[in-house]
Ligand binder design. Structure first.
Ligand code: DX5
Ligand code: ZN
Length: 215
């Protein structure tokens, strides 16, 4: 069964508590931390994690789009990040960083921008809990899905079978009810969805439909 991680970047932040209730049956809640350096946009960070700590919510799935994420992994893990996503790009010591994340007890995911090849991960796939394939250039919700980037899901799925590895495959950016089944068929385990969930008429229906998808 597919798992869903709604991204609060697309939620109505004036109603955060109510928005979180609307997706309470989701598998995760996705938090896009952006610093205006690694990506053009600035979003939110520790204060929103603390606010969420006072609400009931699905386990947190934290996507760090910041320069030198190693500075923050301990803090976000302590704030309840079940999954911590760090980008390959610009990370000189990815192997060390994945180890540091796992030491905190969080699950370590590595993220590939649309232009970054899977081959850069060859040496770290055995020490990652998952790989996140970006199907938009990170920075904003509501962007158009990039089909070429999704082909990396096929490649990763083949590699995990061939090498008998257990990492999960997540996909983020422009995911909707229209392309979800195809992404699951290719091998995606976790679908991260912003606009398609929070800007729909009924987010809980979208959550249920995604959770029912089978490969
Ligand atoms: C983009 C973020 C995504 C974004 C997804 O940089 O990483 O998580 O919120 O939003 P949609 O699903 O609307 O593309
Ligand atoms: Zn994200």
């Amino acid at each position: 069964m597919a798992r869903i991680s709604p991204s609060i970047l697309a939620a109505d932040l004036t109603e955060l508590a109510r928005e979180v209730i609307r997706v309470r049956d989701a598998d995760y809640l996705h938090i896009d931390v952006m610093d205006g350096m690694f990506v053009p946009n600035i979003t939110f960070g520790v204060p929103i994690m603390e606010a969420l700590g006072r609400l009931h919510h699905p386990p947190l799935d934290v996507h760090l789009m910041i320069e030198d994420p190693s500075r923050y992994v301990k803090e976000y893990a302590a704030l309840g990040a079940k999954n911590l996503h760090v980008h390959v790009e610009g990370n000189y010591h990815l192997h060390r960083l994945l180890g540091q994340i796992r030491e905190t007890g969080s699950r370590a995911f590595v993220v590939l921008n649309p232009s970054t090849p899977v081959s850069l991960l060859d040496e770290v796939l055995s020490c990652a809990d998952g790989v996140l394939v970006m199907t938009v250039n990170p920075g904003y919700t509501g962007q158009e899905f990039i089909p070429e980037a999704a082909k990396k899901i096929d490649v990763l799925d083949r590699i995990r079978t061939e090498r008998d590895l257990k990492f999960e495959i997540a996909v983020d950016g422009g995911v909707s009810l229209d392309n979800a089944q195809d992404l699951v068929n290719r091998g995606a385990d976790i679908l991260i969805m912003g606009a398609a969930v929070f800007r729909s008429e009924n987010p809980s229906v979208v959550v249920r439909k995604i959770k029912e998808l089978k490969r």
